[in-house]
Design a protein around this ligand. Structure first.
Ligand code: ADP
Ligand code: MG
Length: 737
C-alpha cells in the first residue's frame, strides 16, 4: 500500500467497498488518524509460549503446535457448528473447540503450525482443553498479531472484534506516514515519555506492558499539557487586559457589614477581602469562591456587587436557573433594605420567561424587557440578575465591571471559555469574574479544568447550624421514614422528596437505556453479556421513581391530609416559580421534585430531604441535595432511599454518610465515577485518557509545570512551531465545539 495521509478517509485506505467502514464509523472512526488513535482498553498477556504438558485448567496461555486433526460438526442444537482440533507439540497434545466458527477448519488445516491463545477449560472427563481460543497460523518470519504476545483488546462493536481491529490497525499503521512529534524534546525527556510514533506503535503493538503503559501515559500527558497550556495562557492573556478598578472604602464596607442582620464568618470576611483586593487592580479578577451549600457565598458576592455599584460599576449576576436568579435577586433586596439608603443600588431581574423586575428605593415594579434593557444600557441599573442568557444574549451594559457566575462547576471547559469570550465588552475592557461553587472540587480537577482560576474558600458554616443527620433507608424502614416526616410536618417543618425522573418509564427512557446498553455491550466481551444487561436495564427502569408517580402516591395514599406539590423541569417557568414560591411561603408541606432543586434554593424551614433512587445521583449531586436542608435553626435529616442498585452505588451512599467534609466526598466521587460523571450532564471535554489522568495528581502537576515553564521562556511558542500549531487547533476546538 502506498503511504496514506493521516487525515485521509478510511474509504481511501481500505477501499470504498470495505464492509468495515460502516462498523468503524459506529465507533466514531472515519479517518486514518481516528483509527490509529483508537486505543486498546487493556492487554492480554500471551507473550509466553507454554508447553502443552504444563497447561493447567483455569489458566490463560499460549501454545505453539502442529494441527494433527481438525473438523467441524453440526451439533444437535439446530444451527450450532462445533469445530474441534487436536494440536501437538513436543511434549503432548491438547484439544481445542470453537463454536459457530466453521471457517476455522479451513484457515488452520492439518499439518500447519499454529499458535493458540486463551483460557484452558476442563472437560467433563477432567481433561484440559482450549475453549474458543484465539488462533494464528505461524508463518515464517511474520510477527504474530493475536497470540504469543501482548494482545491489545479494543473497544469493539457488532461485527468488528478486537481481532478484526488488530488486522485493520496493523495494515493502516504500516501504510501511514511517519508521525511528526509536536511536544518539545526536552519536555519528553524530562517527563520520560516516549516520542509520538514510538508511542503509537507501543500502544497497539507493545513488546512489554511497561512500554504500553508509558505510551498510554504519553497520550494522557499530551492532553493535560494542552489543557494546562490553555490555562496558563489564559491567565497570562487576562493579565494583559484591563478591568475597571473598584476602590474599596474600608469605612463604608465596615458600616455596611455592621448593618447586616448577622456577622460574617471569618472565611466570609477573608473571601470578601480577597475579592476586594483583586478588584482594586485593573488586571481582571478571575476568582472562584468555593464553599459548602449554605456557607454564605451569595452574601459575599452581593457585597462585592454593592461595592462595585458604589464605584459606578455594573454587575451581571448569573445563575443556572431562573429560580436561583430570582432567589439571588431576593437576597439582594434584603441586603439593600438593610444597608444605608444612600448606598442602595438599583437592581433588576431579567429572565427568559420575561420575568423582569426593577427595584429602587424599596419599591418593586414590573418593567418591560425592553425598558429594563435601556436602563441597563444607560447605567440606570447597577446590578442585574438573570440566567446566563444575560451575557450570551448580549444585553448591553454601560459599564459592566463584575460578572458573578453561580454554580460554575456545572460548566465544562468549553462553556467557560465561551463565557469568557462573551463577557468582553465593546471597548476591550473585560469585567472582573467571580465564580461560585458549592461543589467541593478535588484538587486535581481544580488544577486542570479550573486551572486558570484563583480560589477563595469558605470553610465554615454560619454559627448555630446543626450537622445534617444522614441515613440510608432500606425497604423495610420506609414506613418508619414516612412516619417521621409526618411528625416533623406536625411540628411545622417541610420536606423535599427528590426523584430521579419526571415521568414513569417512557419512550425517552427506553431510548436512553438502549444507548447505555450499546455502550455496555461495546465493552462487554462475553456473548451472554448483551441479554443480561438488557434485562437488568428493564428492571432498573421499572424501579426508577418518577415525580408524577410519587406525587400521586404520597398525596393520595401516604399523606392524604398533608399539602403535597410537585416541581420538575418540564413545567413552564411560571408554574415552577409558583411551586417554589408556595413551598417557600409554607403553603405546601412536601415538595416532590427532580434535580431542578439541586442548586442553591434556600428554604430555611425545610428539615427533611428524602432522596429516592439515591444510587442514580452522583455524590456531588447528593451533596447538593442534602444541602437544601439544615439552612435554618432546625435539626435536619437526609434519607437516602436506595433502589436495587449496584455495588458502586452502595459505596457512594456510604461515602456520603461517612465523609467528614465535602472535599473528601468529592475525591471519592472522582475515584468512583471519574470526572465525566462528576460534572453531571455537562461535558467535561475530556478524552478517556485524560479522564484517567485527572485521577493522577502527579501527572497533573507535571503537565502544569511543563506548560508554565515553556510559556515563561517562550510565551508565543515561537521556538516550538509544531506545538504552537497543535495548541492553536486545541484552542479552536475549545471555542467552537
Ligand atoms: P450559599 O450561596 O453559599 O449556598 P447563601 O449565601 O445562600 O449560601 O446563604 C445561606 C443562608 O445563610 C442565607 O439565608 C443567608 O442569608 C444566611 N447567611 C449567610 N451568611 C451568614 C452568616 N454569616 N450568619 C448567619 N447567616 C448567614
Ligand atoms: Mg448558593
Amino acid at each position: 500500500m502506498a503511504r496514506i495521509a493521516l487525515d485521509a478517509p478510511l474509504s481511501e485506505a481500505l477501499g470504498s467497498k470495505s464492509a468495515f467502514l460502516g462498523r468503524l464509523e459506529k465507533l466514531g472512526i472515519t479517518t486514518v488518524r481516528d483509527l490509529l488513535w483508537h486505543f486498546p482498553v487493556r492487554y492480554e498477556d500471551f507473550s509466553k509460549i507454554y508447553k502443552i504438558n504444563d497447561l493447567e485448567p483455569g489458566q490463560e496461555a499460549t501454545i505453539c503446535g502442529v494441527v494433527d486433526d481438525i473438523n467441524t460438526k453440526r451439533a444437535w442444537r439446530r444451527g450450532m457448528a462445533i469445530t474441534e482440533a487436536l494440536i501437538t507439540d513436543d511434549t503432548g497434545s491438547i484439544r481445542a473447540v470453537w463454536f459457530n466458527q466453521p471457517y476455522i477448519a479451513n484457515a488452520m488445516g492439518v499439518g500447519k503450525t499454529a499458535n493458540l491463545s486463551g483460557k484452558i477449560s476442563r472437560s467433563r472427563e477432567g481433561e484440559p482443553y482450549f475453549s474458543n481460543p484465539a488462533y494464528e497460523i505461524a508463518h515464517d518470519g511474520a510477527e504474530p498479531k493475536h497470540t504469543a504476545r501482548l494482545v491489545p483488546v479494543y473497544p469493539e462493536t457488532k461485527g468488528l472484534t478486537s481481532r478484526g481491529l488488530r488486522f485493520i490497525i496493523q495494515k493502516i499503521f504500516e501504510a501511514s506516514p511517519p508521525l511528526v512529534e509536536w511536544i518539545p524534546k526536552d519536555i519528553l525527556a524530562r517527563e520520560r515519555l516516549p516520542e509520538l510514533s514510538r508511542a503509537i506503535r507501543a500502544i497497539h503493538f507493545p513488546d512489554t506492558i511497561d512500554r504500553a503503559l508509558a505510551a498510554k501515559k504519553r497520550f494522557a500527558f499530551e492532553e493535560l499539557f494542552l489543557l494546562q497550556l490553555h490555562n496558563v495562557n489564559q491567565k497570562l492573556k487576562r493579565a494583559e487586559r484591563t478591568a475597571p478598578r473598584v476602590a474599596a472604602d474600608i469605612e463604608k464596607i465596615k458600616a455596611m457589614l455592621a448593618a447586616l442582620p448577622f456577622a460574617l464568618t471569618q472565611s466570609q470576611k477573608r473571601s470578601l477581602w480577597e475579592i476586594m483586593q483583586d478588584m482594586e487592580k485593573t488586571r481582571p479578577m478571575n476568582r472562584l469562591l468555593q464553599g459548602d451549600v449554605g456557607s454564605g457565598k451569595t452574601v459575599v458576592a452581593a457585597l462585592a456587587a454593592v461595592i462595585a455599584a458604589e464605584n459606578g460599576i455594573q454587575t451581571a449576576f448569573m445563575a443556572p436557573t431562573e429560580i436561583l436568579a430570582r432567589q439571588h435577586f431576593e437576597t439582594m433586596k434584603k441586603i439593600c433594605a438593610t444597608i444605608a439608603a444612600r448606598t442602595q443600588p438599583v437592581i433588576g431581574l431579567m429572565t427568559g420567561s420575561g420575568a423582569v423586575i426593577f427595584y429602587e428605593n424599596d419599591v418593586e415594579a414590573k418593567i418591560s424587557k425592553k425598558d429594563l434593557g435601556k436602563k441597563i444600557a444607560d447605567g440606570g441599573v447597577a446590578i442585574v440578575f438573570g440566567t446566563h442568557a444575560l451575557i450570551e444574549k448580549s444585553v448591553s451594559f454601560k459599564k459592566l465591571g463584575l460578572a458573578v457566575v453561580d454554580e460554575q462547576h456545572r460548566f465544562g471547559v468549553r462553556q467557560r471559555a465561551a463565557l469568557q469570550a462573551a463577557s468582553k465588552t465593546k471597548n476591550g475592557i473585560v469585567p472582573h469574574l467571580l465564580s461560585m461553587s458549592a461543589t467541593p472540587i478535588p484538587r486535581t480537577l481544580m488544577l486542570t479544568v479550573f486551572g486558570d482560576l484563583d480560589c477563595s474558600l469558605i470553610t465554615e458554616l454560619p454559627a448555630g447550624r446543626h450537622p445534617i443527620e444522614t441515613k440510608i433507608v432500606g425497604l423495610r424502614e420506609r414506613a418508619g421514614a414516612y412516619d417521621f416526616i409526618r411528625r416533623q410536618i406536625k411540628e411545622g417543618r417541610q420536606a423535599f422528596v427528590i426523584c430521579p425522573r419526571v415521568e414513569p418509564t417512557d419512550a425517552e427512557n427506553a431510548a436512553a437505556a438502549a444507548s447505555r446498553r450499546m455502550r455496555i455491550s461495546v465493552h462487554s466481551k462475553t456473548a451472554g453479556g448483551f441479554g443480561m444487561f438488557e434485562a437488568a436495564d428493564r428492571r432498573a427502569l421499572q424501579d426508577v421513581k418518577s415525580v408524577k408517580e410519587e406525587y400521586e402516591k404520597l398525596s393520595k395514599k401516604i399523606f392524604p391530609g398533608l399539602r403535597v406539590a410537585f416541581l420538575h423541569g418540564r413545567m413552564k417557568p411560571k408554574e415552577k416559580e409558583a411551586a417554589m414560591q408556595n413551598f417557600k411561603d409554607g403553603k405546601t408541606d412536601i415538595l416532590v421534585a427532580t434535580s431542578v432543586v439541586e442548586v442553591g434554593v434556600d428554604i430555611p424551614n425545610a428539615s427533611i430531604m428524602m432522596i429516592e433512587g439515591a444510587n442514580r445521583f452522583g455524590l456531588a449531586q447528593l451533596y447538593q441535595f442534602r444541602g437544601r436542608v439544615g439552612r435554618g435553626a432546625h435539626r435536619s435529616y437526609c434519607f437516602l432511599m436506595a433502589d436495587a442498585g449496584s455495588a458502586a452505588a452502595g459505596a457512594r451512599a456510604k461515602a456520603i454518610v461517612s465523609a467528614k467534609n465535602g472535599f473528601e466526598l468529592a475525591e471519592a466521587d472522582l475515584r468512583l465515577r471519574g470526572p465525566g460523571e462528576f460534572f453531571g450532564v455537562a461535558q467535561s471535554g475530556f478524552s478517556d485518557a485524560a479522564m484517567e489522568a485527572v485521577r493522577n495528581p502527579l501527572l497533573v502537576k507535571q503537565s502544569r509545570e511543563a506548560a508554565a515553564d515553556i510559556l515563561k521562556k517562550d510565551p508565543y511558542l515561537l521556538r516550538a512551531p509544531l506545538l504552537k500549531e497543535k495548541f492553536a487547533a486545541f484552542e479552536a476546538s475549545i471555542h467552537w465545539e
